[in-house]
Design a protein. Structure first.
Length: 325
């Protein structure tokens, strides 16, 4: 097997350079992909595994009694409709729900998928920024949660009046129990290293475990690449559509985030492109060159720049379906 440690470029701060360009075509005698063992420890030293666990009470509940009454009143069949009620009507809770959504989005935008259980990877280069942003979100989350908890008794009292006969006191937990329904954590852990397999399980078991884990890594690497390519499609199509006009009277209108939305993904590709995949690297460099110095205001005021940028973006969009990771 090729000595990838000596021959492959490796930047320990990013997830790029972990696999040489030709590694995905190394096939052994059995016709299976021969994944170099250096891949797993390289990923382990270049990234961290992160998770996000966040929850709040929904403050909505299915009212079975009201559902039966509505179905009976309308001669409708069971299961054709449901009545859900708001246990409380709270602007603070609405704000908290929006914050939770923003936190989940930020977590996803700065990471790439790793496995099927919700774990994700963050490159070491981005780890500090990720951790700082999540810690700030955590402070906001708990500050707003405390306000929601403090307002809960009064919100419950108002709900009794608002819901009338639909109010059921048994559906409202105590303040202490209500508090336990708010959770926020973002564990940061090392990526398991294939070298951690223990010899006391037997040589054959170790070999089988290593072989299985190699295949798992191959599948996860390809999922990361596909995720990066998929993320580009929507903002690129949005840019292409937004730039598709010549005269001011026909302008489509686009937001100031038009360029940044794409550049943020380009940055993620630069740090999380496992194995420096040549197709993704080419797209990354092409977008960096195309959008260098480009701003939404310049695009709004220059038909020439709009046409040039749209042309380059359309070329990239046309290549995305052929990547096929």
């Amino acid at each position: 097997m090729t000595n990838y440690i000596e021959n492959a470029p490796h930047d320990p701060s990013t997830l790029q350079g972990l696999l040489p360009e030709h590694d995905m075509t190394d096939i052994n005698e059995t016709g299976e992909l021969d994944l170099p063992e250096v891949v797993v420890p390289s990923i382990a030293t270049s990234s961290m595994r992160v998770g996000l666990s966040i929850s709040i009470p929904t403050m909505r509940k299915l009212d079975k009694k009201a559902t039966r009454e509505v179905l009976a009143h309308n001669n409708a069949k069971t299961g054709s409709a449901n009545v859900h009620k708001k246990l409380v009507s709270s602007t603070l809770h609405t704000e908290l729900t929006k914050l939770v959504s923003a936190i989940r989005t930020a977590h996803r935008l700065q990471t790439v998928p790793w496995g099927d259980l919700g774990d994700r990877l963050v490159a070491n280069e981005n780890l500090i920024d990720y951790k700082n942003e999540m810690e700030e979100f955590e402070r906001e989350f708990w500050a707003l949660s405390e306000r929601v908890i403090a307002a809960y008794p009064n919100d419950k009292a108002r709900a009794e009046e608002a819901l009338g006969d639909m109010f059921n006191p048994n559906e409202y937990p105590s303040v202490a129990e209500f508090r336990t329904k708010f959770k926020f954590s973002f564990p940061i852990e090392v990526v398991p290293d294939i070298g951690d397999w223990r010899v006391d399980v037997g040589n054959q078991a170790v070999k089988e475990a290593r072989d299985q884990y190699k295949q798992v890594v191959v599948e996860r690497v390809n999922k990361v690449k596909q995720d990066l390519a998929d993320r580009l499609k929507e903002p690129l199509e949005r840019m292409s559509k937004g730039l598709d006009y010549v005269e001011e009277a026909d302008k489509t209108g686009f937001r100031n985030t038009l360029v940044d939305n794409i550049l943020n993904i380009v940055k993620l590709i630069r740090t999380c492109n496992l194995g420096a995949d040549p197709a993704l690297t080419a797209i990354q460099k092409q977008l960096e060159a195309t959008l260098a110095g480009v701003t939404p205001d310049k695009l709004r005021h220059s038909p020439t720049l709009r046409a040039k940028t749209k042309s380059e973006v359309d070329k990239i969009i046309s290549t995305l379906p052929s990547l096929g990771f």
